[in-house]
Design a protein. Structure first.
Length: 210
């Protein structure tokens, strides 16, 4: 069996949420709602301060530049949705339910094509998504190993499956794919989850088979 994947989590951008003031958390929540709906390339710090009803100083206390502020928001969003996915995975017993939790039950709100365009055109933001995906596939590898040990998952190389899913998620997030399908990333992730689930899972052995 393949050895466990030792993939450290991405470095945290900015302080943990509990170290922020209530107002700072509110500003970051509102900023996230703006950029996932509208993108971020066209926005300026001055416009953001006006729309968030805060001072520029408030924003610069969170991050030194607009790019850093955007990365902070994206990192915070990915960490939150990752934590939700892990909670769902921990609560599930069946490997198929854990796979669903990993891929689609992360609580991600829909994002706009404008946001996808801006992430694709922003090397640091694109790399940040990749770092989080690479870390997340270690959780899926653990699910596959546990499922193989119980005979619920086909014998596969978790490394290979993880790399395939990582590549698929990156591809499905591309603006051209979203436009071509006319569907959201969440919808496409549901299809990917079904493909992975039914391609890897074996039916539980019946009493007659034991």
């Amino acid at each position: 069996m393949t050895a466990p994947i030792d993939q450290p989590p991405p470095p945290r951008l900015g302080p943990p949420s509990e170290q922020l003031t209530p107002r700072q958390r509110e500003v970051l929540d509102d900023l996230e709602a703006i950029i996932v709906a509208e993108g971020f390339a066209h926005l300026t710090v001055g416009e953001l301060a006006r729309r968030l009803r805060c001072s520029r100083r408030t924003l610069y206390e969170l991050a030194p530049t607009k790019d850093d502020l955007v990365l902070l928001v994206i990192d915070r969003r990915l960490r939150r949705t990752g934590a939700i996915a892990r909670e769902h995975m921990a609560a599930a017993d069946d490997p198929g339910d854990k796979i669903d939790a990993y891929l689609i039950r992360s609580g991600l709100r829909p994002t706009s094509l404008r946001f996808a365009d801006d992430v694709a055109a922003h090397p640091a933001a694109h790399r940040l998504f990749g770092d989080h995906y690479h870390f997340a596939i270690t959780m899926l590898a653990d699910v596959l190993r546990a499922g193989m040990a119980t005979g619920r998952v086909r014998p596969v190389d978790p490394l290979v499956v993880g790399e395939i899913i990582d590549a698929a998620l990156e591809r499905l997030a591309r603006p051209d794919v979203l436009r071509a399908t006319g569907r959201s990333f969440f919808d496409l992730a549901e299809d990917l989850s079904a493909l992975v689930r039914y391609g890897l899972l074996l039916e539980p052995a019946s009493d007659d088979d034991r």
